[in-house]
Design a protein around this ligand. Structure first.
Ligand code: AMP
Length: 402
């Protein structure tokens, strides 16, 4: 079955057309600057040799963006399908499902209303996701559509893991609790890890470190998420590209008083100007730049930034060893987790040796494939697993539509 996977942001739209039987990507691409001057579609018809095509055309709204995607997919020269009837289902990535959605769901009027209700939990993301759904429904009437939620996999967390130590009435009345994000990636990687370990998913204790520009760690016990580092919003947890992660909430009032900033200013700083970008004094949010700095003689900036980042990841792994009473596998995924032997080394060699973890440095230097990179017989295995959220969305969509 050909499934169109859509990941819609406020001014962008990423897509993949996946044959869910062979699990091959047929075409993929990105619409950028929707509603802004200079919009364009970058499209790769993978099944036709994969040469990139860039189409520059005004995209005043998401409907126009989806129209351009459908035109490209059916184009005589660059297309990969003869007509739209060959696209049998659409899977939409939805950021926040609140407590309403613990699994992927067929999009009905009622479900769409439920996603709207979750919008105040993700005011930047859910409305954009809904716009993408609406645009697809308009242009592909009658094609079944499925919502796949970033929060869903974490809905199995027990109360003790998702409650904050604040008045319970905030949970009761406003649903303020930890939700977690990157759930589709955590699910894909933990399932794959069990496969690589050659053991049933339902018997494994797995920690997944999704280290990208956004970063989170999760504890997956017996096939279910039991804890994760992101919270009500993606701001909690690890030090990220530009997000602060965990900090003393009193810092907000302190900065407001010292610098005369508003709440809105400070939230922007914590989301966009903090993390490794802030820690490196504005050097970069990109780990490649930080690694270059780290490698220079006498460098302090790269060193303090990467060490603080890795220390936080290691502390989460340690706490999840306690949460699960042991760990069988520690997995690294996403941009940094998949591509940075240095980060994996700083985490594993500096902090995890007490668990028995020992990396095989030759294997740690490889990239682009599923790999076990540890050489210890006892203690947790360390794995690198390239994540594939789109494939996961295509799988869930197919299962619900068939
Ligand atoms: P993601 O959010 O998963 O797309 O990850 C993006 C981040 O991965 C970038 O901001 C980089 O910091 C990081 N990254 C990508 N390639 C490399 C690499 N070869 N070495 C280190 N970090 C990388």
């Amino acid at each position: 079955m050909n499934v169109l996977v859509i990941n819609c942001g406020s001014s962008s739209l990423k897509f993949q057309l996946i044959d869910s039987d062979s699990e091959n990507v047929i075409a993929k691409g990105l619409c950028e600057r929707i509603g802004i001057e200079g919009s364009r579609l970058v499209y790769t018809p993978v099944a036709r040799g994969g040469e990139k095509v860039t189409l520059e055309e005004a995209m005043p709204d998401h409907t126009k963006a989806v129209q351009m995607v459908l035109d490209a997919l059916t184009d005589a020269e660059h297309g990969v399908v003869k007509s739209l009837s060959e696209i049998e289902a659409v899977g939409h990535r939805i950021v926040h499902g609140g407590e309403k959605f613990a699994s992927s769901t067929l999009l009905t009027e009622e479900v769409i209303a439920g996603i709207k209700e979750c919008s105040d939990l993700a005011p930047l993301h859910n409305p954009a996701n809904l716009i993408g759904i609406e645009a697809c429904q308009k242009l592909m009437p009658g094609v079944p559509m499925v919502g796949v939620f970033d929060t869903a996999f974490h809905q199995t967390m027990p109360e003790k893991a998702y409650l904050y130590g604040i008045p319970y009435s905030y949970y009761r009345e406003h649903k303020i609790r930890r939700y977690g994000f990157h759930g589709t990636s955590h699910k894909y990687v933990s399932q794959k890890a069990a496969e690589l370990l050659g053991r049933p998913f339902e018997e494994c204790k797995i920690v997944v470190c999704h280290l990208g520009n956004g970063a989170s760690v999760s504890a997956v016990r017996e096939g279910k998420c039991v804890d994760t580092s992101m919270g009500l919003t993606p701001l909690e947890g690890l030090i990220m590209g530009t997000r602060s992660g965990d900090m003393d909430p009193a810092i907000i009032e302190f900065i407001a008083n010292k610098e005369g900033k508003s709440l809105e200013d400070i939230m922007k700083i914590l989301n966009k100007e903090s993390g490794v970008l802030g820690l490196s004094d504005g050097l970069s949010s990109d780990f490649r730049d930080l690694e270059d700095a780290y490698a220079k003689e006498g460098d302090e900036v790269g060193k303090r930034t990467l060490e603080a980042f890795c220390y936080r990841v290691a502390k989460y792994i340690g706490s999840y060893a306690v949460a699960m009473n042991g760990i069988d596998a520690i997995c690294f995924t996403a941009g940094v987790g998949e591509n940075s032997p240095l980060v994996r080394n700083l985490i594993c060699e500096n902090y995890l040796q007490f668990m028995g973890v020992e990396l095989d440095q030759e294997l740690n230097g490889k990239r682009g494939q599923d790999l076990v990179i540890s050489k210890n017989e006892k203690g947790p295995k360390v794995l690198v697993i390239p994540t594939d959220e789109e494939l996961m969305i295509a799988r869930d969509t197919t299962a619900l539509v068939k």
